[in-house]
Design a protein around this ligand. Sequence first.
Ligand code: NAD
Ligand code: G6P
Ligand code: MN
Length: 441
Amino acid sequence: MKGFKVVIVGGGSSHTPGILQSLVENLHRFPLQKLVLYDIDPDRLELVDTLCASLVAKLDPACTYFTTTDPEKAYTDIDFAFAQIRQGGLKMREQDEKISLEFGVVGQETCGPGGMAYGLRSIPGVFGVIDDVRKYSPEAWIINYSNPAAIVAEATRRKYNNYKILNICDMPVAIMLSFAKMLNLKKYNDLDPVYFGLNHFGWWTHLYDKSGVDRMPELKEKILQFGLAASHDKHHSDPSWRHTWENFKEILTDFPEFLPNTYLQYYLYAKESAEDMDIHYTRANMVMDGREKDMYDQVRLLRESDGAHQVNLNLFNAFGDFIVDVACSIAYNNADRYLVIVENRGAIPELPYDAMVEVPCYLRKWGPEPVVIGKIPQFQLGMIQQQLASEKLIVDAYFENSYQKALEALTMNKTVPSAKVARKILDKMIQANKGYWPELH
Ligand code: NAD
Ligand code: G6P
Ligand code: MN
């Protein structure tokens, strides 16, 4: 049988059903010979396995499918590893968010001190995955969603030169789906983007439709008048995401030159964002009470009804569709154009050659080929340089076990008002992350 062999790392994630749904929908162009769900937590694997039974039933009967907690079984003889792990789980995400907020700073999964705390946890976890994959399937492609993607990408660049490793993010895709709908187009890839920046930190400068017309001027007018269309992506339609979608118009009103990534809200309005957040109920709590609980509820209903309960998985999910689109382009050397995280190599000439930037790339069998962006305006350049320095410093802190570099990383970040605050947050995070972080001296 012909087809690809794929392992989903972090198979117990509540995002796995979405990936499975996209894989099943794309079997005609991305056939599967083997599909493995791997996780360190057997209970979560069992949960997802139960939840996804109806999807798994749609695989070709000749396709091998299993779940496992054994890395050797998971990674032997595979073509693609789709990674989406969360070191420390949502409990540690809650700590990241709440410790930051305690000192009046944005409490966020990937931005500011929360993102850096998560980075120091995530780097060794992702390295472990890569080492295991390389041990059993040295030539497999690793497509990584595990956050904080900007920091993880810088770390994997330093350790592996990103050989057959691609770090990706679904936020631009989810936003582009709203753009497409506002322009009466169907799919996010009905628009070819020109975009520059870092992960969770960038701007669109042009959006070309398939006839080659730049639709951005028209789109900007519409957004300034009506706001960004509600998300059409299942994940980002969740009520707690509504605020983010609504803030889009505000960012564009203040800075009308380009269309912003939604994550810029946490940097441009750091003070207001922190004030809006509730230290007693952060995004981690919402996720635990939302899609986490939903996953358990659905499985309970399935078990109580002996499998008769209908799980509604038929919703668009950018997360699943994007990773399958990316894998397809690499597998067939299609050179499709997508926004991914890649070494700059001159794409944005004013940034370092080795900065990990997010720009459009043509995805080939041998890797991503970045598009030249050229000069960017002073405002965006300044913001990017500051954020990039912060991200590079936290990766330095990891490799050098350096407290000083970690302090500099936090101090450098636009979300943090002073070095004194940076030190207080850092010290508390060191305590909270014992056993996860490297020792910092
Ligand atoms: P989750 O905690 O629900 O799921 C993560 C799973 O990974 C858990 O089942 C856990 O047991 C497992 N896991 C942890 N460490 C592991 C390891 N070393 N090996 C194998 N499995 C491991 O988290 P989630 O909300 O589903 O998110 C998963 C990851 O995907 C996070 O890093 C999140 O930030 C990221 N994510 C990234 C994007 C993006 O745009 N890049 C989008 C969505 C989610
Ligand atoms: C977007 C981002 C991801 C991030 C996720 C958080 O999809 O691109 O990088 O992990 O949002 O969503 P959550 O619902 O977990 O807050
Ligand atoms: Mn992301």
